[in-house]
Design a protein around this ligand. Structure first.
Ligand code: PEP
Ligand code: CO
Length: 463
């Protein structure tokens, strides 16, 4: 779409939901003016490159791995934390690349995932009621009146933290940290200590042999050393997202330069709402989350609004149905959107439909339900003959205790208090994330999903 981006005032006239309420609007306008002058965090050409990779996922020629924190925070975004998340994502990507036999598009919930939609505007503890935490972009996590004030200056900090996070990621992924051989060694270490060695060892060994084969064939060492990695977040606070939008000089089209891809969340996806109106004018690849209340007609209306030109790679539909609902709720949506003739990337968020409160009050998710939703998603695509284009996870590289289950750690509800560190939703820890990758790999290699044959395609191109 090459239509001009609507003004922020126009978006505000649509009464966007889930927005901060600032007491000092003059300060907000100063911050917005300052952000508009800041250099872009990502470049239009990179967003275009990602769009064509997502088009591959829509066509069954790539698989998307999107993951990171539910909520990044200014405090925890240290080098160690970023390295840990990258490491686990790269580890998962190697296993998935081998299993899917297609490139894995690596997309972080990183370098901008600082704003959270909330079900309640307020939070009450011990008789005290305060504004809910809405992510570091808006207010502080501390349960104090001072921290919970909505402060526009935080948007400047979002920019600064996103810039430093992205800078480190760019260095890591090109500087040797992502070397396939090192990543494979991490995976081997996981398998050895996973408690499920027998189950995963064969796959890890096959990957090892595949690497040896590539080395023997003389595959360029450089190809092992670097990976492409992209940033993404929910585009929630419109003042920030709008201020980071720039018109690309080459194409005269608007790009949100705060991330390569942005998505519209389940709570802000009203087809006539401000978030969809904003996102539909952007040239970036766009995601939209759909929960179990989404009808086939809703999904088609969203696809028509966000992808009017039916451009492959433009739209990713991220379903988050819940393990018990995915097998019934997803098929009508996939059928209806496919019937429009467009190709979207279908990806599964098995996290947000599977949250529950443990008996001890912790918000958690069960690893078994996460696996079950992913399997349900694969079942649906197997049945319909469509390609399961990827997964969307909340995870961290640390050994946190936020989700229960998993073979390696076998976390019980009683373990949750040990290292419950998330600022928002519970994340899979490193072992649980890798175990999930191995389980998805098993599902991708069991021969049930209809897929392209990359070797035949390659051969057809060259001979
Ligand atoms: C999220 O991704 O953290 C989130 C809030 O998801 P959803 O919009 O699907 O509820
Ligand atoms: Co979340």
């Amino acid at each position: 779409m090459s239509t001009p981006i609507p003004t922020l005032e126009r978006l505000q006239s649509l009464h966007p939901v889930q927005q901060p309420s600032y007491a000092d609007t003059e300060q907000l306008h100063r911050v917005i003016a300052e952000l508009r002058k800041r250099p872009p965090l990502v470049f239009a050409g990179e967003c275009d490159e990602l769009r064509s990779k997502i088009a591959d996922a829509a066509a069954g020629r790539a698989f998307i791995l999107q993951g990171g924190d539910c909520a990044e925070t200014f405090e925890t975004g240290t080098a160690q934390d970023i390295r840990g998340k990258l490491r686990v994502l790269l580890s998962m990507a190697v296993v998935l690349t081998y299993a899917a036999q297609v490139p894995v598009v690596k997309l972080g919930r990183l370098a901008g995932q600082y704003a959270k939609p909330r079900s309640n505007d307020v939070e009450t503890r011990g008789g005290v009621t305060l504004p809910a935490y809405r992510g570091d972009a808006v207010n502080g996590l501390d349960f104090s009146a001072e921290a919970r004030v909505h402060d526009p200056n935080r948007l400047m900090e979002v920019y600064n933290h996103s810039a430093s996070t992205l800078n480190l990621i760019r260095a890591f992924v090109t500087g040797g940290f992502a070397d396939l051989r090192a990543v494979h060694t991490w995976n081997h270490d996981f398998v050895r200590n996973s408690g499920a060695e027998a189950r995963y060892e064969a796959l890890a060994d096959e990957i090892e042999r595949a690497l040896a084969f590539m080395v023997a064939c003389g595959v360029d060492k450089e190809a092992f050393r670097t990976v492409d990695f992209y940033s993404s977040h929910e585009a929630l606070v419109l003042a920030y997202e709008h201020a980071m939008t720039r018109v690309d000089s080459r194409t005269s089209t608007p790009y949100n330069t705060s991330a390569h891809m942005i998505w519209v969340g389940e709570r802000t996806r009203q087809v006539d709402g401000a978030h969809v109106e904003f996102a539909r004018h952007l040239r970036n690849p766009i995601g939209v989350k759909v929960g179990p209340s989404t009808t086939a007609a809703d999904a088609v209306a969203l696809a028509d609004a966000l992808d009017p030109e039916q451009e492959p790679g433009r739209l990713t539909i991220i379903s988050r149905m819940g393990a018990g609902k995915v097998r019934d709720a997803l098929p009508p949506i996939v059928r209806a959107v496919e019937a429009t003739g467009r190709k979207v990337a279908w990806i599964c968020d098995p996290m947000h439909g599977n949250t529950f409160e443990a008996a001890n009050g912790y918000k958690t998710r069960a690893f078994s339900q996460v696996v079950d939703e992913v399997n349900g998603f694969f079942d649906v695509h197997e049945e319909l003959g469509t390609w399961p284009g990827g997964v969307h996870m909340e995870l961290t590289g640390d050994d946190v205790t936020e989700c229960v289950g998993g073979v390696a750690d076998a976390l019980a509800e009683a373990d949750l208090p040990n290292r419950y560190e998330t600022a928002c939703d519970p994340r899979l820890n490193r072992n649980q994330s890798l175990e999930l990758a191995f389980q998805i790999a098993e599902r991708l290699t069991d021969g049930r999903i209809k897929r392209v044959n990359p070797v035949q395609e390659y051969a057809a191109e060259d001979f």
